[in-house]
Design a binder for this molecule. Structure first.
Ligand SMILES: [Zn+2]
Length: 306
């Protein structure tokens, strides 16, 4: 049976914040799979995939339980905010496990973590490139006591690139999957889509991943596809600009680059180039900022090692 539920967080805003979610309880025992999307409110392909996955789901094919939150960052969705929660400008995916006595985003993270992440058997947090971001599809998991299971989730999701983040050099701290890993919940972040576009092929890639992953852990009937040969990466470089400027990449997402290869330039408003951005080592471009306007310390490009 598919039930529509709402998480009400009374302390957020004057009337409290409501986060709608689905709960599907199967007729047979099985694990709990939790799906989150819209932690970044303008990554529409991820939101669309969770909506469609649940609406197309046959509850009789479910063993165990699926909990699915199509839009976690509800205020960010309505405000069309890239990356952040509007009330305090913080990135929810840098704020887990949250703080019940913190700012708006930290309180939101706390309730989402307590309600949806703690106690589940598996977590998939769906993302895409945000409004100013181009992206090559990839999955990400964390070094942890359950990382073999997390890697298996990433493999079954089937996106062409898989990123393993070591605990010592977490490029992304406070993410949903890092917080989950820290309490022993196998988790991945799955990225497909870019630039705020409701791209059909990117949604379908998410949907195929969700169905195959659900089958591989036995929460959904049906045989998973044979394991695919995917490109696995051990860590990455997030390249930034010191000064604000006009960022102009010369590579595209998915490109394999050599050590020292030019990735793009940053120039001032007159057009004078003040920085050439080069690959620190051999790598693959998994995302890049597609908007030329970058602020001081702004993120330019994510280069996966290898
Ligand atoms: Zn995101």
């Amino acid at each position: 049976m598919i039930t529509r539920k709402t998480l009400h967080i009374p302390e957020l805003g004057s009337a409290g914040l409501d986060i709608p979610y689905f709960e599907i309880v199967g007729n047979r025992d099985g694990p709990q799979l939790t799906l989150m999307a819209g932690v970044h409110g303008a990554e529409y392909t991820s939101i669309a995939a969770v909506r469609e996955f649940i609406r197309d789901l046959d509850p009789d094919a479910v063993s165990g339980r699926i909990v699915a939150i199509p839009i976690v960052n509800v205020p960010g969705f309505w405000a069309r905010s890239a990356f952040v929660v509007p009330a305090d400008g913080k990135n929810l995916n840098r704020s887990f496990p949250g703080d019940p006595n913190g700012t708006y985003t930290e309180i939101l993270a706390h309730h989402v973590f307590d309600t949806f992440i703690a106690g589940t058997d598996y977590l998939v947090d769906l993302h895409a490139g945000d409004l100013p971001e181009s992206l090559e599809p990839f999955s990400m998991f964390e070094e942890s006591s359950v990382e073999d299971i997390s890697r298996g989730l990433a493999v079954s999701y089937g996106l062409a690139h898989i990123m393993r983040q070591s605990a010592a050099v977490r490029t992304v701290a406070g993410s949903s999957c890092a917080a989950a890993a820290d309490i022993g919940v196998p988790a991945i972040i799955a990225e497909s889509g870019q630039n705020g576009l409701l791209d059909r092929s990117a949604i379908d890639r998410h949907l195929a991943g969700l169905r195959n992953l659900s089958r591989s852990i036995g929460v959904l009937d049906g045989a998973p596809w044979p394991e695919r040969n995917l490109h696995e990466h051990e860590g990455w470089h997030w390249l930034r600009t010191d000064r604000e400027g006009w960022w102009q990449p010369v590579v595209v997402t998915g490109a394999s680059v050599a050590a020292g290869e030019l990735l793009g330039t940053v120039s001032d408003v007159w057009g004078d180039v003040f920085a050439e951005v080069r690959a620190p080592e051999v790598g693959t471009v998994l995302f890049l900022t597609s908007s030329p306007a970058v602020s001081a310390d702004g993120l330019l490009l994510g280069l996966a090692r290898g």
